[in-house]
Ligand binder design. Structure first.
Ligand SMILES: Nc1ncnc2c1ncn2[C@@H]1O[C@H](COP(=O)(O)OP(=O)(O)OP(=O)(O)O)[C@@H](O)[C@H]1O
Length: 366
């Protein structure tokens, strides 16, 4: 699959802009704070209905002073062009249409456009806290499994309700009998999440070892370990055991919302003992494994959005990444496009981004 074009109106610092893309490498370059990442964000929105930026609401995305924003994206899949329209409104839910037909649920969009976002923040995933690593699993799994998205949304809803009830029980013990109903549902959705995460990590492990070994010239053996907070078969039992503690803290102490993943380099935990360089290489291996896995699952090439990441990598790691992305559409942001890749990949379109405008400075049909 590849994106043919995107048009934005009143999106972040853009009034109106249209950007066309070729099937290989496309570059958006410009100084800081001009709007390069905003274009990548809009593509991610069109694919997932959400921003890649954490805690972002639609009203933050709409251009300051405006009430609505539009995204129109054309994606080509197996030689058929599909149109995704997204309409963001300040105080209402967003409207989404595929090929002119409105959809009711975000999940109907999933799978039409598969994108992988890679930014410098991804390179710190190993040393960051568990929430970042859970977010990585969730974002990935949501894109490859509609069911996962639904289960996760239901789990989070039940978790919230259970936590609210715990607060009430703290003040009024007689409500404790109602906890069982929420426990049952939490266990039901939670067990499905745990199973899918375990399966995902297994699939990643089939791929990542070879990638990491290649990146480290055979010196390091990498394994991902799913650190499940609670075994799915014992989830109900654990909730029962920890009821008093949950009431005391007014929050649920066990469940997949507390999961983590660890990365073992030659058997040693890279989160604790890895050097900064090792941690960044593991993060790169993780991204490259993600690309491979998505390719395998969707039986097509996903689209890679590289947000100013090349300048963060040394030559050998950059070359390894470039080798991996040769056959997939890549949209790269950078401050100067002469710096890299020119000789090694087919560059299609180059846009210069300045203060919410994007001007094509080079076109080369592959
Ligand atoms: N809702 C909004 N309305 C208007 N402008 C916005 C809005 N949200 C963000 N901006 C502007 O968008 C610009 C940032 O754009 P973006 O994050 O795409 O920068 P960038 O070109 O990727 O820069 P960098 O290289 O620093 O990451 C800033 O000037 C910011 O003020």
């Amino acid at each position: 699959m590849y994106i043919e074009s995107i048009e934005l109106s009143n999106y972040r610092n853009y009034s109106n802009v249209k950007v066309e893309f070729g099937k290989n490498t496309n570059i958006l370059y410009g100084d800081n704070a001009q709007g390069k990442t905003n274009i990548l964000e809009s593509i991610y929105m069109a694919a997932t209905t959400k921003s890649h930026r954490k805690n972002t609401q639609d009203k933050d995305i709409i251009k300051i002073g405006e009430d609505e924003s539009h995204i129109r994206l054309f994606v080509n899949k197996k030689d058929i062009s599909h149109k995704i329209d997204m309409h963001l409104r300040k105080s209402k839910n967003k409207g989404v249409a595929i090929d002119g037909i409105p959809i009711r649920r975000a999940t109907e969009l999933y799978g039409l456009l598969n994108v992988i976002f890679f930014s410098p923040e991804d390179l710190t995933i190993i040393k960051n806290g568990p929430a970042e690593r859970r977010r990585f699993m969730d974002l990935e799994l949501c894109q490859i499994s509609r069911l996962y998205y639904q289960n996760l949304a239901s789990y989070n809803r039940i978790l919230n309700q259970r936590n609210n009830l715990l607060k009430q029980i703290y003040h009024n013990r007689s409500l404790i009998d109602t906890l069982d109903v929420w426990n049952m549902q939490l266990v039901d959705y939670g067990s499905r999440i745990i199973k899918e995460r375990r399966n995902f990590i297994d699939m990643m492990n089939e791929i990542i070892g070879e990638i990491h070994s290649h990146l480290t010239s055979g010196k390091e053996k990498l394994e991902i370990v799913y650190e499940c907070n609670v075994d799915e078969d014992k989830f109900d039992e654990t909730l029962q055991e920890k009821t008093e503690m949950d009431i005391r803290y007014s929050s649920t102490q066990s469940g997949p919302h507390r999961d983590d993943i660890s990365f073992l380099i030659n058997g040693i935990d890279a989160r604790k003992y890895g050097s900064q360089g090792q941690q960044r290489t593991v993060a790169l291996s993780l991204k490259m494994a993600e690309i491979k896995l998505v390719k395998r699952i969707i039986n097509d090439n996903p689209i890679l959005l590289l947000d100013d990441v090349m300048s963060e990598l040394d030559t050998s790691r950059r070359d390894a990444l470039i080798e991996e992305i040769k056959d997939i559409q890549t949209i790269i942001t950078c401050t100067g496009y002469d710096d890299f890749v020119k000789e090694q990949v087919i560059i299609n379109n180059v846009y210069r981004v300045v203060e919410g405008t994007a001007t094509r400075v080079r076109t080369e049909e592959a």
